[in-house]
Design a protein around this ligand. Structure first.
Ligand SMILES: [Zn+2]
Length: 443
């Protein structure tokens, strides 16, 4: 079960065990790894120290020893919580999948109790997998947003979300006119004010589901609120790109649609970006916007193969998302291993450190929070998980025989999802929020 931190004091402590973290120094391959490391967590839920041993200043703190790998909490930079029940929907591509499976499910989120149940379920499942932050799509409904905000706040989860904007191209029960969208959005932004670890994201679903008035309003919101983020989809399938160009004939390309309405900037997250053109790459790079790579969704729906090199070579920041329910798993290790396979099909070999970077620091940068999350470093939130690396015989053999940290991480990516080893405990803000009570020795 999810543990709420609201009833517990944040007692400072030291956790000792094997520890891995990337370091936030603008490089993807700087890291700390200790076979036996120590992390000091203060009473405000922040990290006070990470290193090989405990400094004298903290030697009186309670010590928790663990045999599990201490690892930064993952950040899922693109996921739809109302789509959990449509995971593994058979045999369709994106636009059919939306009509046949997704929109009927999303219509149910006007019911508060249903939305609350699904929000709690989503938070529990994602925390179980070591994810401590996410940029989450909701639906058009105030009830859906409130349910998610409430569940995230209760569980100490670091949430980015907003009310979805869509006023065409779907059944009436998942559409909202601009007047009502303004009303719901302003209530949602107000209810998020003062909620610790929440940031509002303006969320036009994608160009096909928004008319010019809707996109224009979203752009205005982004301009007048410098602390808000913006999340949407782009260039996911060829059919979608073609339909978008038909709907916006004056735009030169898909990115131009968003740019025309003020939605392209360094607070923007664009999921997918598979069919990006040369001119779009240039404009994208100049804007400081992030792309969110969602490999399990892209392979599952047959959308296409993301070309990471094109983004990396232009210094466009890449985050990583599960894109559940187009994606079939909330598990970051599944997502990272799928990204590796996608790159292999494009003739490239990705460094495991790069993959971890995208799912931690890259995603933190995408939501403009790399100063406080994404790695285990002094001053940041103590968001981390404990990964059991010893329970699975083959997995542990691979871990032990690996000659480098890269090889160890690579083994985890491919072996952990199908193994008796797993994430056994997840901390957000220095408090244990989920623990596998069946796993003896997790402490
Ligand atoms: Zn999506």
């Amino acid at each position: 079960m999810i543990d709420s931190g609201h009833t517990e004091p944040r007692e400072p402590f030291v956790i000792q065990g094997p520890l891995f973290t990337l370091l936030n120094d603008n490089s993807v391959n700087t890291y700390d790894y200790f076979d036996s490391g120590s992390m000091v967590v203060g009473d405000q839920g922040r990290i006070l120290y990470v290193g090989p041993s405990v400094p004298a200043d903290y030697s009186h703190y309670r010590i928790k020893k663990t045999q599990h790998l201490i690892f930064p909490g993952f950040i899922d930079a693109h996921v739809h919580y109302p789509q959990l029940p449509v995971i593994a929907s058979y045999g369709v591509s994106l636009l059919e999948w939306l009509d046949k499976y997704t929109f009927p499910e999303e219509a149910k989120y006007s019911q508060r109790l249903y939305a609350e149940r699904r929000a709690r379920q989503f938070l529990e499942l994602i925390l179980q997998r070591g994810v401590t932050s996410a940029a989450v799509f909701s639906t058009i409904h105030q009830e859906a947003f409130d349910a998610l905000l409430g569940a995230a706040s209760y569980s100490g989860f670091n949430l980015v979300s907003g009310v979805t904007g869509m006023n065409r191209g779907a059944p009436d029960d998942v559409l909202v006119d601009v007047g009502l969208f303004k009303e719901i959005s302003s209530k949602a932004m107000e209810s998020g004010l003062g909620v610790e670890r929440f940031r509002y994201a303006i969320t036009p679903r994608f160009a096909l589901s928004c008319d010019e008035e809707m996109l224009d309003y979203c752009g205005q919101l982004l301009e007048i609120n410098p602390h808000l983020l913006m999340q949407t989809h782009i260039n996911e399938t060829e059919d979608e790109v073609l339909a978008t160009s038909n709907l916006f004939p004056r735009s030169t390309d898909y990115l131009d649609v968003y740019d025309a309405f003020g939605l392209l900037g360094d607070r923007s997250l664009f999921a997918h970006g598979i069919y990006t053109t040369e001119s779009e790459y240039k404009r994208w790079a100049a804007s400081g916007a992030s792309v969110i790579h969602c490999p399990t969704s892209n392979t599952f729906l047959g959308s296409g193969l993301f070309n990471a090199s094109e983004y990396v070579s232009r210094n466009i920041n890449i985050g990583m998302g599960s894109d559940v329910g187009g994606g079939f798993s909330l598990n970051p290790f599944v997502t990272m291993s799928e990204a590796y396979k996608v790159a292999r099909l494009g003739g490239k070999v990705l460094d495991p450190l790069q993959l971890v970077y995208w799912h931690t620091l890259g995603s933190a940068k995408a939501i403009n929070q790399a100063d406080v999350i994404g790695s285990l470093e002094s001053g940041k939130w103590a968001d981390f998980c404990l990964i059991d690396i010893t329970s699975d015989d083959i997995g542990f053999e691979v871990w032990e025989r690996s000659r480098s940290v890269q090889e160890k991480l690579f083994g985890l990516m491919f072996l952990l999802p199908d193994s008796s080893s797993r994430v056994v405990e997840t901390y957000a803000g220095g408090i244990s929020r989920w623990r596998d009570t069946s796993c003896l020795g997790s402490k």
